[in-house]
Structure formats: C-alpha cells, structure tokens
Design a protein around this ligand. Structure first.
Ligand SMILES: *[C@@H]1O[C@H](CO)[C@@H](O)[C@H](O)[C@H]1NC(C)=O
Ligand SMILES: *[C@@H]1O[C@H](CO)[C@@H](O)[C@H](O)[C@H]1NC(C)=O
Ligand SMILES: *[C@@H]1O[C@H](CO)[C@@H](O)[C@H](O)[C@H]1NC(C)=O
Length: 495
C-alpha cells in the first residue's frame, strides 16, 4: 500500500499548468467565452470529446495521476443548469464530468424526445450563443437513455428505447432514469457513471431542504446520508466499498461515517494494523500502528462514530456481529455450518441497521439496537425500511422540527404528508426517501402512483406493482372505460 508517485513532482507540474491557465483566464481556470475555441484541444483521440484545453490535455496524455485534482472548477452547481426549453424539447442538464477534459461539471444541452437527431453526430461544440461567464456545451446527441431511431422514411428522432421494441420494457439503468427525468416524468435527476451505472452519491430535493445519499451501482439505497446543504465533501466511497465487499461475501472491517465517507481511522482486524486515511477517498495518509497502539495514531479521536471505549475498534453492533461472522466464515471454509443465534444486521458505521428481524418479525431499532416504538412489518408486506422513524429521531436529536408523517405499521414514510404542519390543508405525495413531489393535493382525494425503483415505460397496472400506491391512477395506453374515475397518468410518479 505504499504510494507510487512523488507528491512533490506532481505539485511542480501542476503549478506551472495553473500559472499558464491563470494567465489565460484572469485568475481562475474557467471558460472564457470569447476565446474558448482558441484553446480547445483538436486531437480528440486521446482526450475526451468535449471542451479540453490543450495544456490540460497534454497533461492528461502524459498520464499524470489524478490530474483533475489540481484543476479548479468554476463552481457550476445543479441550479445553474435549470434553464428549461419548450415542453418536450431538449433542455439543459447538469453533468458532473463534462468540461475541462472531464474534470469539471458543466451544463449540457441535450435533445429531447421527438427532436430530430443524428446517429453519428458531429463532435459537441460550445454554444455559439454563449454570453455567460461560462459556456454551455451544445451536444448534438439525444439525452442519455434516449436513442435515435429512424421514424418514418428518413426522419430520425430521439425516442425512448421501449418504443423500438413496441412492448413494455423495464427502465432500470441510470441513463434510462435520466431520460425519464429529462421529459419531466421523473421529478429528480439521477447521476450516472460512464458505464451507465448509478454514481455512488445521489441527491434529491432542494439544496436547502433535500438530502444526498449513497446507492449501489444498481441504484439501490445503501448506508450513508447527509443534508444536501452540508454534502459538499460527501463521496459515498466508503459505503460503496463496504457494500460491494459484503455482496461478494467478504467481511469488511472498514468504518464509514454517517454520510458514507471513510472514518479517518481504520483498522484491518485480519492483520492487526490500524492506520489513518483521507475520509473522501480512503487513501492511506502514512501513519500505521499495531492495533493495540491505535490510540496513538494522529487521526485518533474520541469522536469516532458510535465509539465505545470498552469495545475498542469494534462498534456496538459489530462487537456482536463480526466475531460470529468470522467464525462462521472460517467454519464454512472447513465445510462446517455454524448456527448463529441471531441474524444481526449492522450498518457500515458499526451501529445497528434500522431494520432488524427479531422473533420472526421485522422491527425498527435505534442505532444502539433498542426498539423504536411499536413499529414492525405487517404480515403481508416485506418492504419495511424504517427510514421515516429513523429520520424523525435524527431530527429531534438535532433540534429540527420533523414535518412528515410516518406510516403506522412499517415506520416508512407515509405516501402523503402535509407540506407544513401548521397549514394542514396542503398535502403532497412523499417518496420513500421522504422527498415531496408532484402538485398540492387534498387529503382523501389524492392519487399517488409511485413506481418504486422499477419503472416501466410506458407504465401499466400501477395499482398492482408499486407498494406505495393507495389508489388507482389511469393507464394512458388503456381504454376510457378502464380509466374511469382515475385522474393521473401513472408514469408521472416514477421515483
Ligand atoms: C450558479 O448559481 C449560483 C446561485 O444561483 C450563482 O451565485 C453563481 O454565480 C452561478 N455560477 C455561475 C458560474 O454562473
Ligand atoms: C469540506 O471540506 C473542506 C476542506 O476540508 C472544509 O473546509 C469544509 O468545511 C468541509 N465542508 C463540510 C460541509 O464539512
Ligand atoms: C469532538 O466532539 C465534540 C462535541 O461533539 C467537539 O466539541 C470536539 O471539538 C470534537 N473533537 C474533535 C477532535 O473533533
């Protein structure tokens, strides 16, 4: 695990690059609207297709490690990309790795459903109408998740993938979901990686009131959450790693902080060594000591998440769980089977996970393992996540009033909540993460059709598939008779 490059060398290289770029763009590395073409790289074979200043591209060609870390981005946020065009037409979206050779976020203008497209579009170019501080990059392609099939004789138009096959298809990839968001059928926009998997960190809701949380490659929520306004440093890198290790049958001894980053101090219980890491990336910072001397590490503090002096490195849930897991793993290697008394579910910070199976019932527990209220899974439902009751407790502890309703039996978010407890006549639909969506509704007259995490497009039978549906909504592909008394097309509410 020893570092293979000299930090000093990188520093020298990048300083000269920084100086060059600073002289080009008055103080910060950013797009200067009038000379953007002057330093866009011409050789697209080794550098990304989008705007890539030559000086930075050269650096990338030299394979300077982590060269993006030294680029100062202009600070474009999701809010800077909200300029919507006509309904159904293309609109501007935020992309994380767009400008500066893929190092910085930017706004991109994609083509939307029904817009003319080309299968082999010319390379993207800066928006000729750009008058702003930064330039939006005008892409000539359909939005991610859309395809460009021949429609009619010689017209090509951006379309959903399912229209090609003529049947119903599941839209589960991150790009598919982005396509739904793009046409406003999904009220939030997932972040995707180049391989179409979900980015580790996803954000929902507004900057001031929303949350960011960690997900698996398939988009399922995993441990790690933070208020959006405090989430600048959240990477979810630890959560992803622990999740993937556990999925592949390994026992991870990593500890994550509540936001899904690495805790600064880690111990490898196999080798008996403890060390300090960089919380965002998990990279070792150099200090390593044997386990029994871990308190002498520079990163040691009594503020470790759920730390209990009596348990040492192990946290409250793990101290019960990890030794048993290890035993059963070792036993299975020797062909033996170990019957463990209780199936424990520990979170990645070493505390008890919200959902525990006890006495053949599913129950919600606190981080210390104590029961929360009388919540338990009802017999016919197995989708308890206890998200609402846990969020409610967290809010109390932080002195923040909690405004949403939890479902009586499961401890999940209820499907609707008053927007403001002091004005209870206004209600809205709430998704499983506690985020409001849709228009104002009147209690008892609402129709929320949530499509869970598996939307189909076009959707059908929305009263059967999603668990959160209380009343029927209409299927736009069905006859009027079927749609009688139903007010909202189901696909409105893919989540
Ligand atoms: C992005 O939006 C914020 C807030 O609306 C604004 O202060 C900032 O200047 C914008 N950034 C750019 C590059 O326009
Ligand atoms: C993010 O990290 C920077 C640099 O370490 C720090 O100054 C800032 O306070 C952090 N932000 C949050 C919200 O923790
Ligand atoms: C530990 O937490 C306490 C209170 O939460 C805080 O006052 C203190 O500064 C923290 N110490 C370190 C080293 O972070």
């Amino acid at each position: 695990m020893s570092p293979t490059f000299s930090p000093n060398l990188v520093l020298v290289v990048t300083t000269s690059v920084l100086l060059t770029l600073i002289s080009l763009s008055s103080g910060r590395i950013k797009f200067a609207p009038h000379n953007v073409n002057a330093y866009i790289n011409e050789d697209t074979t080794t550098c990304p297709d989008f705007a890539c200043p030559k000086v930075l591209c050269d650096l990338k060609r030299k394979n300077v490690q982590n060269f993006c870390e030294n680029v100062q981005c202009v600070g474009i946020e999701v809010e800077n990309c909200t300029e919507n065009n006509a309904a159904g037409a293309g609109r501007t979206m935020y992309e994380e790795k767009l400008t500066m050779c893929g190092c910085c976020p930017g706004c991109v203008k994609y083509k939307g459903v029904g817009e003319e497209c080309e299968q082999y579009p010319p390379p993207p170019s800066p928006d000729p109408e750009c008058t702003d501080q930064f330039c939006k990059v005008l892409m000539n392609t359909c939005a991610p998740g859309l395809i460009c099939p021949l429609v009619g004789h010689n017209e090509k138009k951006c379309s959903y993938k399912s229209t090609l096959t003529g049947g119903f298809s599941e839209l589960t990839s991150c790009h598919d979901k982005r396509a739904l968001a793009f046409s406003n059928d999904l009220y939030w926009t997932p972040r995707c990686e180049e391989d179409e998997s979900y980015s580790p960190k996803q954000c929902k809701g507004s900057y001031s009131g929303g949350i960011c949380f960690c997900v698996s490659k398939e988009g399922r929520r995993i441990f790690g959450t933070e208020y959006q306004r405090q989430a600048q440093n959240q990477t979810c890198a630890c959560s992803r790693q622990v999740h993937e290790l556990r999925e592949s049958g390994h026992i991870a001894s990593f500890h994550c902080t509540p936001d899904g980053n690495y805790e600064p101090l880690q111990c490898d219980t196999e080798s008996g060594l403890c060390y300090c890491v960089e919380p965002k990336t998990g990279k070792m910072t150099g200090a390593v000591l044997p386990e029994n001397e871990w308190k002498n590490l520079p990163c040691f503090s009594l503020n470790l998440t759920n730390f209990n002096p009596e348990l040492g490195y192990y946290r409250v849930c793990e101290s019960e769980w990890a030794p048993a897991q290890k035993l059963s793993l070792e036993a299975s290697l020797h062909g033996l089977k170990v019957l463990s008394g209780r199936r424990l579910n520990c979170d990645f910070d070493g505390s008890y996970a919200p959902v525990q199976n006890m006495d053949q019932l599913t129950k919600c527990v606190n981080k210390d393992g104590t029961l929360i209220g009388a919540y338990r899974d009802s017999e016919d439902k197995h989708d308890t996540d206890c998200q609402c009751v846990r969020d409610e407790i967290k809010s109390w502890q932080e002195g923040i009033p909690f405004m949403k309703r939890c479902a009586d039996i499961t401890g999940n978010y209820d499907v609707i909540s008053p927007i403001d407890q002091t004005a209870p006549q206004h209600w809205r639909c709430v998704d499983r993460d506690g985020i409001f969506f849709g228009e104002d509704i009147v209690e008892d007259q609402y129709k929320c059709c949530l499509y869970g995490n598996l939307p189909t497009y076009p959707p059908r039978n929305c009263d059967k598939e999603p668990i959160n549906v209380k009343q029927k909504c209409y299927d736009p592909t069905m006859s009027d008779e079927w749609n009688k008394d139903k007010i909202r097309p189901c696909y409105f509410w893919a989540t």
